[in-house]
Design a protein around this ligand. Structure first.
Ligand SMILES: NC(=O)c1ccc[n+]([C@@H]2O[C@H](COP(=O)([O-])OP(=O)(O)OC[C@H]3O[C@@H](n4cnc5c(N)ncnc54)[C@H](OP(=O)(O)O)[C@@H]3O)[C@@H](O)[C@H]2O)c1
Length: 157
């Protein structure tokens, strides 16, 4: 399985100033549970935000620069990260450029919708999901945080 996973505001925002511009602990809990035991692929900025390797996962960081950090492997592209990850479950976990490139490879996109409005022009947006490539599933209640909803998009056959 190759998936992408993120939370998004009503404006399509995923980040601001190198951080998540909201706090939804239940969504973080679900993220930790879903990705545990898998390989996670992230951009350098997202890695710097987390500050350290996510435990219990193989951490691949896409960067064009040298990166020295414990329990993390630096890779030059999404394609090389996927090659290194092999056949196990893989989650692309952000940010925007990783999601834009990852759409060519992902079988599914797991999106959580948060109600927090983010209108700052400096915000980072998720790339649009091409309805020709991905079919939207139903809106689902969020298992770990009442008040949030989520949806899974699956690659069309
Ligand atoms: N809402 C969510 O679920 C979610 C999830 C993840 C992240 N975020 C947010 O997103 C924001 C960060 O995202 P971002 O888009 O600004 O940055 P990002 O994708 O995390 O990192 C960007 C960096 O990754 C490297 N990179 C990405 N794609 C590459 C490629 N194809 N080839 C080579 N290097 C590549 C480059 O590093 P070098 O400059 O080192 O070459 C680039 O500067 C933060 O605010 C974070 O909180 C939100």
């Amino acid at each position: 399985m190759r998936g992408m996973i993120y939370a998004v505001s009503p404006e399509g925002v995923i980040g601001l100033g190198g951080k998540l511009p909201w706090s939804h602990p239940g969504d973080m809990r679900r993220f930790q549970r879903i990705t545990r035991g898998t390989t996670v692929i992230m951009g350098r900025a997202t890695f710097e935000e987390t500050g350290a390797a996510l435990p219990g996962r193989r951490n691949l960081v896409v960067t064009s620069r040298p990166l020295v950090a414990a329990d993390v492997e630096a890779v030059p592209s999404v394609a090389s990260a996927l090659g290194l990850a092999g056949d196990g479950d893989v989650w692309l976990i952000g940010g925007a450029r990783i999601f834009a490139e990852g759409a060519a490879y992902a079988e599914l996109i797991d999106v959580t919708y948060v109600p927090d409005h983010v209108t700052d022009p400096r915000a980072v947006h998720a790339p649009p999901i091409d309805p020709g490539l991905f079919e939207a599933g139903p809106l689902l209640p969020h298992e770990d945080e009442p008040g949030l909803v989520r949806r899974v998009y699956r690659r069309r056959a």
